[in-house]
Design a protein. Structure first.
Length: 52
């Protein structure tokens, strides 16, 4: 899902996610889940491949 938001809204969301120690994806996911009444599980990071 890609969305475009006004800069001030995007910056405020990024700051709030950081304040909560969350990724922006998880912060927005939790907001949507709460509004829609659908459970949201925080996404776990994928392991990074080590280069040789």
């Amino acid at each position: 899902m890609n969305t475009r938001q006004p800069r001030v809204l995007a910056e405020a969301a990024e700051a709030e996610a950081a304040r909560r120690g969350m990724t922006l994806t998880d912060y927005i996911g939790q907001l949507l889940a709460g509004d829609l009444g659908i459970p949201y599980d925080v996404q776990e990071g994928l392991p990074l491949a080590k280069s040789a």
